[in-house]
Design a protein. Structure first.
Length: 152
């Protein structure tokens, strides 16, 4: 099976199942007699730009990247309200300290929101670093990103 066929099946699987981790995806593929390693799935996830979204039950599941602009800022606001631990500003930099596992999805949402102040974002497991065009842009963006009610 080639990569394109496998990725098409992965899209189908994550659209019809709440796949929480790479091992879950490996198991679902194995159930269809498609044997792949976790490393292959990791590469597919990165290439397909899959994101992790919160489940209503409190966990997370893989999802396809969002293409619709209107929902992006709403999802970003909800993620920040629920998962932001701390927001820090230093010169042109805004750092978001997140609940573990939330950094990549928040980084992607910020990129997709196309804020004019943002030069680039970098997200790891629990941190998002946003490089803004200027210190004034960093202040403006931070004011916009700061949730109204942050319970962390």
């Amino acid at each position: 099976m080639n990569k394109n066929e496998r990725q098409k099946i992965i899209k189908e699987l994550i659209s019809t199942n709440e796949v929480e981790n790479q091992e879950g995806l490996v198991q679902l593929l194995a159930a269809r007699d498609i044997n792949v390693t976790q490393a292959t799935i990791s590469r597919d996830i990165k290439e397909m730009q899959l994101i992790k979204e919160p489940n209503p039950e409190g966990g997370y599941h893989y999802s396809l990247p969002v293409r619709q602009q209107p929902n992006v800022r709403q999802r970003l606001t909800a993620s920040l309200r629920n998962d932001l631990k701390e927001l820090k500003i230093s010169d042109r930099f805004v750092a978001l300290l997140m609940v573990p596992g939330c950094g990549p999805s928040v980084s992607q949402l910020i990129q997709r929101a196309h804020f004019p102040q943002v030069f680039v974002t970098i997200g790891d497991d629990s941190t998002v670093l946003i490089v803004c065009n200027s210190a004034a842009d960093a202040e403006k963006l931070a004011a916009h990103l700061q949730p109204q009610s942050n319970n962390h």
